[in-house]
Structures are given as structure tokens and as C-alpha cells.
Design a protein around this ligand. Sequence first.
Ligand SMILES: Cc1cc2nc3c(=O)[nH]c(=O)nc-3n(C[C@H](O)[C@H](O)[C@H](O)COP(=O)(O)OP(=O)(O)OC[C@H]3O[C@@H](n4cnc5c(N)ncnc54)[C@H](O)[C@@H]3O)c2cc1C
Length: 560
Amino acid sequence: MSDRTRLDQEVIVIGAGVAGIYQIKLLADLGVDATVLDAAGDLGGTWYRNRYPGARFDSESYTYGYSFSKELLNEWHWKERFSSQPENLRYLNYVAGKFDLRKYMQFNCKVEAAHFDETNHLWRLTIDNGRQLTSRFVIMTVGLLSIPTPPRFKGMDKFKGRSFHTFHWPHEPVEMIGKRVAVIGTGATGIQVIAEIADKVGDLTVFQRRPNWCAPLNNGPISEAEMADIRSRYNDIFKTCRRSPGGFEHEPDRRGFYEVSREERLALWDKLYGSPGFAIWLRNFREIFTDEKANAEFSEYVADRIRRRVKDPAVAEKLIPRDHGFGVQRVPMETHYFEAYNRNNVHLVDISETPVEEITETGLRTTERDYQFDIIVYATGFDAITGAFDRIDIQGVGGAKLRDKWSDGPSTYLGMLVHGFPNFLMPSGPQSGSASTNYPRGIETGVNWCTKLVNYMWDHGHTRADPALEAQDRWTEHVKQMYSAMLMRKAKSWFTGYNSNVPGHEHGKIRYFVYNGGAPKYVSQINEVAENGYEGIVFTSGFTSVQRQGEDGKQRRENA
Ligand SMILES: Cc1cc2nc3c(=O)[nH]c(=O)nc-3n(C[C@H](O)[C@H](O)[C@H](O)COP(=O)(O)OP(=O)(O)OC[C@H]3O[C@@H](n4cnc5c(N)ncnc54)[C@H](O)[C@@H]3O)c2cc1C
């Protein structure tokens, strides 16, 4: 064996969030020589990073947790129906500890490059400290909301107070009492942080460019007795998640919107507005997603709710979205968000009318006036879905760069493979079933599928798997078709690749980022592909994978 064919690991997993943790668990169970690299200082991904006040699930906690271990399900007590960041991070640490997974993880290892070596069927990775590593497979669990996008205001480095993107919220407590705080952005994060800090800060000014539709989370504690009940129903809960389009407990109301009277519609909506989580979105009539008139009627219902909750009618009108209907973007869930604007210390500035001109030493200047702040919070979201891929110099066959291939939007096979990038797996990649559903349910599906694929290759002596271009084109076309019926295709949202802070992601060009066919359809298609001997994937057997018994008695696979 020449040195050029030496594998440092059979598999390198990039990212130690929900997906990477589960991926390494399965590889460890198989006794495979694998490691997880993460740029962050510790595991947890989303829940390690986003420490801003108010950060919490909008998935029911007990449907977000892993489903793979009965023991784990029986041991863990979710304390809230929608639990907060500290508890979520504790949970992921508990899982890593319980299954002894930390020993496979390496932190402060940012992968800067991954180049495919065609001769030797392996990947050559470069870490930011200059370290080089090789592996047969690279599994990308880099996250779909893991690259924050600060705004592009002039003078951002001039501000003398404290400022941070919500993703970079400091680990130590931030003193907010009595402080003059600005929050820029009213997406899912802004909505959480504004509601949480409104009654704690001295003065809060919210800079809003476009309002988002949002609805009450209706959170609450989970008692011992309730948790015992949830544990006894886990099988049914996960069965419902598998059956539902969104991977949640919420299933759509299958009555036709126009088949029931207006009174019946209102009765349903009154009930949903008081129900927990995404019920308002996902237990609604299906026409909300596809029919302009139905969507407009429901949007007007929610607008009235906002008017009832916000005392100042002018402020209420500013908080009602005009450029899109309810639910065509991922719906942020809130707790007393609208009531925050009834407080004397909270002010709303519409920066579509008076744009921010620059950040100054003491605050910021809009076209209208100067503002003074102690803290500026940028709640401006993420370079979603492809951002983490674009940040790595990924080169496949013939030195082709993934970021060039995807410059107009991703093209994948099943959301998990890319033509010309062999042995490069994305369990929850763009166009997979993860991003449009309850993530962990999609993640488990993707990780299981990818693990079976690599196991299949080891069993058959294959050392290279590359999806055929036609198969990829077919999948991408299918993903596009799924958008055509959805109102979301018109929205300025990360579902369509819109982000004004990322060059090239301005409005007007749809990026087909997510799979909109629903979880059951997605799962049945990827399973069918596997059952048919992984049709659409071209396998090559250049190097023999051999198995040997490790010192610990576990099977290890190595290249010969
Ligand atoms: C505030 C917030 C709340 C959310 N709430 C929900 C919710 O309630 N329900 C839901 O379904 N989803 C939610 N999501 C989506 C959430 O991202 C997923 O639920 C889930 O955490 C994704 O896990 P992941 O492992 O795929 O990615 P992540 O958790 O993002 O982890 C990716 C990891 O990859 C690492 N990484 C990236 N690039 C590199 C590189 N080049 N080199 C090395 N390491 C790298 C990152 O450091 C990170 O640790 C939320 C997201 C946010 C931001």
C-alpha cells in the first residue's frame, strides 16, 4: 500500500450537532473507524451556538428527541413542551455521554477543504490548523442553519458598545438590566429574543424591515405524570410523526376548505390559535399552502388576532405582513411577542420606511434620526441550507467545485448525494426531507439511509459511489415540481433561498432548497431506491475494503 492510499479514517463526519451525534453513534455501533470534526468548541451545533434569551424549540420537545433508543426515551424527562436552549444542549450532552461518543469527536477543527482523490477513491481534507486527513467517505452533517449572516451596514466595526449576532450570543450572561438595546430583525430569532428581553432591558428598539406571520407557541411545563404518559405513548407519537407530512404530531385537517362553512373554519382557527406549537400551521386546511384565496382568508384571521393583541393600531398594522400570506414561510412561534409592543419601553422602527444608513460609535443612524444604544443585537438569520457547504472548498471529480455547481441553487440525488462528488454523503442535505420537516425526524431517516448505503458498499467491496447525472436531474426536477403547487414559491424566505445579506441570494431567483412532498413520500422514495439495489448510483470497486478485528474486539474496516 503506498502512502497516497493511506486512510486516516474510513469515515469522517463533519459536524457534531443532532445529525453528527446520531451518525457517529451508528458508525460506532458498526465498529467503523470514524471521527467527527467540528469547528465549534464542543458538541451540540445549533444548541451549542444559539444561546440568546428565548432560544427554544418550536417542535414539541418529545418529538424532537432521538427515537433510536428505548432506554434513552425512558430516561430523559423533557421539562417543557417546547424546551429551551440550555436544556436542549444538556440533552445532547447526555446522549453523547450515555453512548460514550465524545471519544470519536474532535473540536476546534474547521474543515476548510475536501478534495476527492480519483485515483485512490478517497477524500483529502484540510483542517484550519493545516492538518491533513484522508477518508474513504465524508459525511456532511454541517447543518442547514449554521452560518449566521450579519447585515451589511456601513460602520459595523465602529460601535463602542456590545454587539453580536444571536448565533454568537456570549456564553457568559449578558447584563441587560437598564440597558438601551437594539434588536435588528424580526424573523424567528428576533421574535424569540424580543419577547424574552422586553421586560428586562431599560429600553428596547426593534428595527423591522418586513414583519413575519407568527402565532402563540402555547408552551407549558411537562410534569412527571405527563412525561410518564408521553413515554407510554412514544411508539404512537413517532408513528404519527412518520405518517404526517411535516414529521410532527400535527396532521392536516383533511376536510376541504370550501366544503365547510365559514363558521366551521373560524371554530377550527379559534381552537388552533390556542393550541401548542405548529398546530396553527400544520393542523390547518391544506389549501392554506396552495390556494391564494384560502390563504388570504386565514391570513386576515391572524391579522385580526394581532390587532386585538396590540393596543396601538398604527403599531399593529406595522406588525402585519403585507408581502406574503400566513404559513408560506416557516412560521416563527412566539410567547407574548405582540404584547411586548404594548410596553412603554419598547419601540418599533419600520426600516422599510426609514432605512438604517450606518452603525455609529454610539448606536445607529437611520434616514430619519440617530439612536443611542448600549447593545445591538443582530437577529438577521442564516445563509440557510447551502451556506455551510459553500464555506468549504469542496472539489469532486476533475477538480469541479461544489460551490460553482450550486451557484444557482443545489442539485442533488435524493438530497443526499451529488453527481461528481463520490462517497460524499449528506444525510440532511439540501433537497432532502429534513429542512421542511421536524429536523430530527428527517435527520434520523437520512442518517439511517446513508449508513445502510456505506454498509452495503463495504459488504459488496465497493469503494466508490457516485449518483448518475440523469438520476440527479430527475430528482431535482421532482423537487422543483413540488414547489410549483405551493404558495411558498413566491415568498422571500430561506425556503426559496432568499437572503438579502448573501450576495446572489436576492429576490427573484428561486433556489429549490427543500423537499416539499412531505416526509412519507420522501421516505418511500428513498427506501425504494435502496430496495432496488441503490438504483441511480454507480458503484466502483477499485480498492478492497477488508475487515479486521480491532484490539477492542470490534470489527474495523480498512482499505487494503
Ligand atoms: C435557533 C434555532 C432553533 C431551531 N429550532 C428548531 C426546532 O424547534 N425544530 C426543528 O426541527 N428544527 C429547529 N431548528 C433547526 C436546527 O438547526 C435543527 O433542528 C438541528 O439542530 C440541525 O442539526 P444538524 O446536526 O443538522 O446541524 P447543526 O446543529 O447546525 O450542526 C452543524 C455542526 O456542523 C459544524 N460545522 C459546520 N461547518 C463546518 C466545517 N466547515 N468544519 C467543521 N464543522 C463544521 C458546526 O460547527 C455545527 O456544530 C432550529 C434552528 C435554530 C437556529
